[in-house]
Design a protein around this ligand. Structure first.
Ligand code: ADP
Length: 294
């Protein structure tokens, strides 16, 4: 749950200020990605954990309203629902503290118990706001059953070679591609270099998202392709990457070729940045189809 405070400036240590506004906004990368795919028409089951508190109940209810299967979302007795405390100052600058809470309570043993859920899926989508050994276990189970894995390595963390070998599509943004590859990424050339370093570590396909510039695909044969973004007036870039990942999963499970899937995901990302908020900004299929026709 995102707790967003608007203030003219951030307080100093020991100082109390009056802010200009407060909003609770359902979010979290996993939830955003699940809703993004579900809104487009994908059948989504979410694995995760919330606390036994008001935020937990609200998030579960939101997932249900989006027709997401919540049977595998645990409710922790000891940990609170994960939150992000976000202070936005008068310049629009964010200061964010994430408290993962229940999110990191699921471990490898929990995911092992859900092997049947993974083996019955057409695709697994993961991000890194959860326990890393749990993600590694999920990726390894998926690999064993031949289920493709999209890993959105956000927030960027060091990943083992074994984990990277189990990833079918790695989708870093420029910052994450930079951290994972060790080189600075700020354009298609440097994204290409970073992607090749990651391919060298065993990932099969790397898709670097480039904000308004779209995305760069470097596939398992080493072929690179830049798929241009859609020019839009960006209102709020929150959930751009999440909407991209949800859309990519939706397209790939329908058997769409990678370049076409990325073009569609670029359209969904562009629509998401054109609206305020995370989950409220995620488009439904007819809106995307209309946008692609224009
Ligand atoms: P993240 O949100 O993870 O930082 P990006 O900023 O790379 O990721 O955005 C993800 C995708 O969203 C991009 O690949 C692009 O398709 C779309 N997107 C993001 N920002 C814009 C923008 N300003 N204009 C058009 N599309 C955008």
């Amino acid at each position: 749950m995102d707790m967003v405070v608007r203030t003219s400036r951030a307080p100093e240590a020991g100082e109390t200020l009056f802010g200009q506004g407060f909003a609770l906004s359902p979010g979290g990368k996993g939830a955003n990605q699940a809703v993004a795919a579900a809104r487009l028409g994908a059948e989504v089951a979410m694995i995760g954990s919330v606390g036994r508190d008001a935020f937990g109940s609200e998030l579960l209810e939101i997932m249900r309203q989006e027709h997401i299967d919540v049977r595998h979302i645990a409710q922790s007795n000891s940990q609170a629902t994960g939150v992000a405390s976000i202070v936005v100052d008068g310049e629009g600058e964010n200061r964010i503290i994430v408290v993962p809470g229940a999110n990191i309570e699921l471990g490898p043993a929990d995911i092992q118990a859900l092997e049947h859920v993974i083996s019955g899926a057409e695709m697994i989508v993961m991000q890194l706001e959860t326990d890393l050994p749990m993600c590694e276990q999920a990726a390894s189970i998926a690999q064993r059953h031949g289920i493709p894995v999209i890993l959105n390595p956000a927030p960027a963390r060091e990943l083992s070679q074994e984990m990277l070998r189990h990833v079918t599509y790695l989708t870093p943004n420029e910052t994450e591609a930079g951290i994972l590859s060790g080189i600075e990424v700020n354009n298609t050339e440097t994204a290409d270099q970073a992607a090749r370093i990651l391919l060298g570590k065993g990932v099969r396909n790397v898709i670097v998202t480039l904000g308004s510039k779209g995305a760069l695909i470097v596939n398992e044969s080493g072929n690179a392709q830049h798929i241009a973004g859609f020019p839009v007036q960006a209102v709020d870039t929150v959930a751009a990457g999440d909407s991209f990942n949800g859309a990519l999963a939706y397209q790939l499970t329908r058997g769409v070729a990678l370049e076409e899937a990325v073009r569609f995901a670029n359209a969904v990302g562009a629509l998401a940045v054109g609206k305020e908020g995370a989950i409220p900004s995620l488009p439904k299929l007819p809106e995307v189809e209309q946008f692609l026709k224009e």
